[in-house]
Design a protein around this ligand. Structure first.
Ligand SMILES: C[S@@+](CC[C@H](N)C(=O)[O-])C[C@H]1O[C@@H](n2cnc3c(N)ncnc32)[C@H](O)[C@@H]1O
Length: 227
């Protein structure tokens, strides 16, 4: 992650910690959840401004991770859940020149931004992005070689259902790579297990720290294959 990206993340973490310390009692915590819900998933314009540029190296790292997992798979099909405005999609299709990318996002404005970005990059022919909810993926069983998702799982209304859907659309032996804020964030924001909700459908999953600042983990990575 770039220095600017780290600064944005550090400011966010400090704001959350200070905000948490300032409030006591359950009714106050409900307020924190509400404000986190809006602050960690801003609209497409704010998202581009705050995260798109600063996270360039972060997305490049994920693309390299996916390329490594898919080495030896000809013309792999990739599903990205919650791609937002498509920063990772461009890097994925550039890193894996014979891949086909499908995005699924719940926000039509994000989908429009992703289409525009892929178009500008000359990657429209190998990509498509559809509107939908991870809880009911509009794809057949065993449709994809790899499913990737970044900073989205902590928004899913029921992450266990979302990961079960991901397992369903992965071909046997296919890979899931999921990157997200740590479990404590998902618990505050959604009362959910975040990435750890993937441990049910993917018993062989490994969740490990991916990025951090000193002892504070900022991003975790879940990696697993479908049995
Ligand atoms: C914080 S943004 C992350 C965007 C991008 N993946 C990234 O790493 O920059 C979260 C994205 O997940 C999408 N999302 C949230 N809940 C979703 C759901 N239930 N199903 C599909 N997409 C969802 C949002 O619309 C948004 O585009």
């Amino acid at each position: 992650m770039s220095v600017a990206g780290r600064r944005v993340v550090a400011v966010g973490v400090v704001a959350v910690v200070l905000g948490g310390a300032a409030f006591v009692g359950r009714s106050r915590l409900a307020g924190i959840r509400t404000s986190l819900r809006t602050s960690s998933s801003p609209g497409v314009r704010a998202y581009e401004l705050l995260f798109g540029g600063p996270l360039g190296r972060y997305y490049a790292g994920i693309a390299a991770d996916c390329a490594g997992m898919l080495a030896g798979s000809p013309a792999p099909s990739i599903l990205e859940v919650g791609p937002g405005p498509g920063h990772l999609a461009v890097r994925l299709l550039t890193a894996i020149p014979d891949a086909r990318w499908t995005g699924l996002d719940i926000d039509p404005a994000m989908i429009a931004a992703a289409h525009a970005r892929l178009d500008r990059a000359g990657l429209a022919e190998r990509s498509t992005c559809v509107e939908g909810d991870v809880s009911a993926l509009p794809f057949g069983d065993a449709s994809f070689d790899l499913v990737v998702t970044s900073f989205s799982a902590h928004h899913w209304p029921d992450a266990a259902v979302g990961f079960a859907e991901v397992a369903r659309v992965l071909r046997p032996g296919g890979t899931i790579l999921a990157y997200d804020l740590p479990a404590w964030w998902a618990r505050i924001e959604r009362g959910s297990d975040g990435l750890r909700a993937g441990l049910g459908p993917f018993p062989n999953a490994v969740v490990a720290r991916r990025h951090g600042i000193g002892p504070v983990t900022i991003v975790e990575r879940l990696a697993a294959t479908r049995g």
